[in-house]
Ligand binder design. Structure first.
Ligand SMILES: NC(=O)c1ccc[n+]([C@@H]2O[C@H](COP(=O)([O-])OP(=O)(O)OC[C@H]3O[C@@H](n4cnc5c(N)ncnc54)[C@H](OP(=O)(O)O)[C@@H]3O)[C@@H](O)[C@H]2O)c1
Length: 291
């Protein structure tokens, strides 16, 4: 089935709905913005680079002249902006909040609140925002959608190295953070208000982390082999409008990599591990509240 037909058959009008989306200037984020603009949604772009985000709004407006779109600066590695944006969203709560931003192979450092930046960007900051905004989102019958990854399955939590500070492999460090994100959100036990989706594999900046020569060789085959970001983003849209139970996520139907969105039950984390993740997440948030 073509992407446009899936959109017509599965997505309601988003007129009078506001969608706040992080990582809106990224590969998948841009396609999400296009899909949502085509449905009439008002967009709030939560990006760390204001110039790029505002330029993207201008491009979108050229494509969708009736679009109502604004930008708020959010750097998930900078907790001051995370708190400020959360305050703004509490004052004016969107109908949908999509945690789409993510970082994979980036230089690591300790953030001002004492966490590993990859852990904070992919897990701690969106978790803090989701937890703080949950009552307001619930009140509005809104939905929070977090973008997870099949990479969550490359890691299991390590109580002696929660943020994987001693690990060197990006896939494991990123996978650990996504695992925390996904299972801490399932643990909020709000299956109607919180949903998890993943795009499978699609060529964007996040997948372009190979050495230059290797990337030049694999770029075009990858484009052919994997779904386009436009199609891969459909699973995130499905998670906005379809209901799921705890531990169910939305992703491509075939081997989690190709095909249209399908809801699947995750059996990749034991109840015991999920409980530990939720406990650690709650402790980290309590600690952040003191800062
Ligand atoms: N592509 C895939 O195959 C794949 C597979 C599984 C999951 N995902 C997930 O899909 C989501 C979208 O990724 P993508 O593929 O579209 O990659 P992308 O093109 O690299 O986009 C990532 C987005 O995240 C933003 N971001 C990174 N660090 C940030 C920070 N500190 N604060 C705020 N925003 C930040 C980036 O902003 P800048 O432009 O400013 O860097 C960019 O807009 C991510 O959560 C990713 O983990 C992707």
């Amino acid at each position: 089935m073509k992407t446009d037909i899936w959109m017509k058959q599965n997505m309601p009008s988003m007129e009078n709905k506001t969608v706040a989306i992080s990582g809106a200037t990224g590969g998948i984020g841009q396609e999400l913005c296009r899909h949502l603009a085509s449905l009439g949604a008002s967009l709030l772009l939560l990006d760390r680079n204001s110039e790029r985000s505002n330029a993207w709004i201008e491009k979108l407006k050229a494509e969708f002249p009736a679009l109502n779109a604004k930008h708020l600066r959010l750097d998930l590695a900078d907790f001051d902006t995370v708190k400020a944006v959360t305050e703004e969203l509490l004052k004016s709560t969107p109908d949908y909040l999509i945690f789409n931003a993510g970082a994979y192979h980036v230089p690591r450092y300790t953030t001002s609140v004492g966490h590993d930046n990859v852990f904070q960007i992919n897990f701690l900051a969106p978790y803090y925002m989701a937890r703080t905004l949950l009552p307001a989102m619930k009140e509005k019958s809104g939905r929070i959608v977090a973008v997870g990854s099949i990479a969550h399955n490359y890691s299991h939590i390590d109580l002696n190295d929660i943020e994987f500070l001693t690990r060197k492999q990006s896939s494991k460090i990123y996978g650990n953070a996504k695992r925390f994100l996904m299972f801490s959100l399932f643990g909020l036990d709000e299956s109607k208000t919180v949903a998890v989706a993943h795009p499978g594999i699609t060529l964007t900046n996040i997948t372009a982390h190979y050495p230059k020569v290797i990337y030049a060789l694999i770029k075009h085959p990858m484009k052919v082999i994997f779904m386009s970001p436009r199609r891969a983003s459909l699973s995130i849209l499905a998670a906005m409008v379809q209901d799921a139970k705890k531990n169910e996520w939305f992703g491509p139907s075939l081997f989690d990599v190709w095909g249209l969105p399908k809801k699947k039950l995750l059996r990749t984390c034991s109840d015991e591990e999920a409980k530990q993740i939720c406990q650690m997440a709650a402790e980290m948030i309590a600690d952040l509240a003191q800062k």
